[in-house]
Design a protein. Structure first.
Length: 415
């Protein structure tokens, strides 16, 4: 295997063309956040981390063109300097922009779509080393490139539709789980952004509700925020993993103790500093998108499965809601969706749990996050995406020789 680290679009094009001439497969790596083997290759691995510049910005239209290797964390700061912001964002900002859109990474919000829906144009390096500008005049190609799982080419730059900078007031509050799920639509529709976290073996949901405004940020006590984020959130989770890994029978008691210690908190700041949260604890993850109306029932079934099968799961389960979109391989294609994410601490057995959850999600026609663990194949996924063949037509046009294929794409997308 060879690793290339291009510092410009021209170097990226030469690296891809050279690999293709040598008959070597190519995969592009972002920040390494994915839990699958989507970036793995025995050919040429292209690290685009050096492609992190803002190339153009138009404050009046909100259109911003940036290189594909910029991280969401850095992009948020750069946009803020321009008086702009991303329309929506997830709670992790370590990913590169190209990696985030290619895997249909999302945030939460009943009226907001995933990150790839903010893409207005893409610059794509093909196996021949050509650079293509794909925009609104080629909607089929643009839709395919917005969520391409790295199988269409190497993205060098992305034009995003940004919005004027705004503030988020986020309130974290524990609430009775049954009450939240019984009125899930009310919570989801009653706020700009809503999500919840549930510790197995408890009956409490930690709700996170965020409201958008034009008000100025209200800087909190930095020391208090550091203690809350590093010691309470990450520190407590780390202790939870260590204790329950050695003493799995203690999980119900430990989780109930943690839930009792939860208290409401409020944060008011610019959006890019509120969306993302610090994650120091190492874990592996599976996440599924299912039709929104089935979310509460599916979550209850997951919790019931943990109880009934006495699975040693201490890590909280997450649930978010996202508006549907039109990208062929978007996990929210054509339907408003609920995302349910399950986790297991690093070093602890996860397959039993993940397969049990996947069976539940299958019953709703669930679509797995392209960058997180799952056990699906092209044969099982094809029927879940109405425009599956349209995406493959774009792939045939852009990469007929399958230069950008690897074992993962062969499994989940087919040949």
């Amino acid at each position: 295997m060879r690793i290339e680290r291009p510092a410009s679009e021209q170097e990226l094009a030469r690296a891809v063309a050279r690999a293709a001439d040598e008959g070597l497969p190519v995969r592009v790596a972002g920040s390494g956040h994915s839990f699958t083997d989507t970036a793995c290759t025995d050919g040429v691995l292209v690290d685009i981390g050096a492609l992190d510049r803002v190339l153009e910005a138009d404050r009046s239209s909100g259109l911003v063109t940036v290189e594909a290797g910029i991280t969401l964390h850095e992009l948020g700061s750069r946009l803020a300097d321009l008086g702009l912001a991303m329309e929506n964002q997830g709670d992790i900002d370590a990913q590169t922009l190209a990696g985030a859109i290619s895997t249909a990474t999302h945030g939460t919000g009943a009226t907001y779509r995933n990150i790839s829906s903010q893409v207005e144009a893409v610059r794509l390096v093909t196996a021949a080393g050509d650079v293509l500008d794909i925009g609104a005049d080629e909607p089929d190609l643009l839709g395919a490139a917005r969520v391409g799982v790295g199988a269409l080419g190497a993205i060098s730059a992305v034009t995003l539709r940004a919005v004027p900078i705004f503030t988020l007031e986020r309130r974290d509050e524990p609430m009775p789980l049954d009450a939240v799920l019984d009125d899930f639509d009310g919570h989801a529709d009653g706020a700009d952004h809503f999500e919840l976290y549930v510790f197995p073996h408890t009956h409490v949901a930690l709700t996170r509700t965020s409201t958008r405004s034009d008000r100025e940020p209200e800087p909190g006590n930095v020391r208090v925020e550091v203690v809350q984020e590093r010691l309470v959130e990450n520190g407590a989770l780390a202790v939870l993993g260590a204790v329950t890994g050695r003493l799995p029978r203690s999980i119900p008691r430990v989780n109930r103790t943690l839930v009792k210690a939860m208290t409401p908190s409020v944060k008011v700041d610019r959006s890019h500093r509120v969306y993302a949260t610090r994650r120091d604890v190492r874990f592996t993850e599976m996440e599924y998108a299912i039709p929104r109306e089935h979310g509460p029932e599916a979550l209850r079934r997951v919790l019931e499965t943990i109880e009934r099968r006495q699975l040693p799961i201490a890590f909280p389960i997450e649930m978010r809601v996202v508006r549907g979109d039109d990208a062929p391989l978007s996990t929210a294609h054509g339907r408003d969706s609920v995302y349910i994410a399950v986790h297991q601490f690093r070093g602890q057995e996860f397959e039993t749990y993940f397969r049990a959850v996947e069976a539940i999600m299958d019953s709703y026609g669930g679509r797995p996050h392209w960058g997180k663990r799952h056990y699906q194949s092209a044969a099982t996924l094809r029927e879940r995406y109405p425009l599956w063949d349209d995406w493959h037509a774009a792939r045939e046009r852009l990469d007929p020789g399958r230069t950008f294929a690897n074992d993962y794409t062969r499994r989940v997308l087919g040949e």
